[in-house]
Structures are given as C-alpha cells and as structure tokens.
Design a protein around this ligand. Structure first.
Ligand SMILES: [Mg+2]
Ligand SMILES: [Zn+2]
Length: 174
C-alpha cells in the first residue's frame, strides 16, 4: 500500500483567491514545487482534496472547476510534481455530505481508489477543517499551515508557517 500526503488546494498549494475558477489565475505558493518534490522524494503519493462549494453556490460549474484543476495539475507536472488524484467536494455546507472537509470522505475515497494506507499518510492544509478531516480519516498526523496555533481547536495536530516548512516536518517510517 502507498503512503500519501493529502493536500488542500486553495491557500495551501496555490494562492487563495475567493471562489477562483479562472485557469489564468493559478499562482502556486512560494516554494510549492520544491516542497512537493521533497515529499515525492520521501516516497509519498500526492493527493489533492479540495472543498469547492462555489459549484453548489452557482458561482462556477463543475466543468469549470475540472478545467481549473486540470490546468493546475499541468502547471505542477511541468515542474515534475505529479498528483495521483484530485478530489473535489462540490456541495454546500447545508448539504451535509460526507465529503466536505472537516468530513473525511475525500480522503477515505482516495485511500480506497488509490490503495493508500491512511495511517501512514499525512494531511496538510491551511484551515482547521483540513486538519479535522485528516484526524477524522485517521491520518498519521496533520499539519496546519499557519503562523500561529489557533486556540479555538485543541485537536492533535502540528503547525508550520509555510508549505515548504510543513514539507520539512514529514518523515517516513518505511
Ligand atoms: Mg485552504
Ligand atoms: Zn461534498
């Protein structure tokens, strides 16, 4: 079984522009490629898990979202970073689906489809709901990208000020 790093998209891999579905506006965060290449070198499979309620809210179509995601994958692939899967929740918070983070649905689906051992895998994201999803799924550990540790949530997770610094915290047992 593979071990993976589950990565949030907006605010983690690329600059978070509210409800962004414009493929011309994909801006990877600082040292994004170096960080992900480092994770690949450690033997981790990379999987994106992203909440895209803009679809349910009618701000953009799921086709536009797919196009955006494909373009993002292409930009990363040009830098030798490859995503094994890219999972999007297109529901609104009111839909009470099982995939919108903090629910673990996307991680569990990816694990099943891509033969990933969740307990050997990590979650990295810039919101508490990301680490909550990682914890709910049973990940080895979850890292919140944040300058400071929020006091509103007392779960068991790590913090790092940037994606690059988060990538340096991961280790591999196997
Ligand atoms: Mg985010
Ligand atoms: Zn959903």
């Amino acid at each position: 079984m593979k071990k993976a790093v589950f990565l949030d998209r907006d605010g983690t891999l690329i600059i978070d522009l509210p409800y962004n579905a414009d493929p011309e506006k994909i801006y990877p965060v600082e040292k994004a490629f170096d960080a992900l290449k480092h994770l690949q070198k450690l033997g981790f499979t990379l999987v994106v898990v992203t909440n895209q309620s803009g679809v349910a809210r009618g701000f953009y179509s799921s086709e536009s979202m797919d196009k955006f995601n494909r373009q993002m994958a292409k930009i990363f692939l040009q830098e030798n970073v490859s995503f094994a899967g890219l999972y999007s929740c297109i529901h609104s918070p009111d839909d009470s689906c099982g995939c919108r983070k903090p629910a673990p649905g996307m991680i569990l689906q990816a694990a099943k489809e891509l033969d990933i051992c969740v307990s050997e895998s990590w979650m990295i994201g810039d919101k508490i709901s990301d680490v909550q999803a990682g914890i709910a799924a049973g990940c080895k550990d979850s890292i919140l990208i944040s300058k400071e540790r929020p006091e509103t949530y007392s779960g068991n997770f790590l913090t790092a000020p940037s994606l690059w610094q988060a990538s340096q915290m991961l280790y591999s047992d196997v």
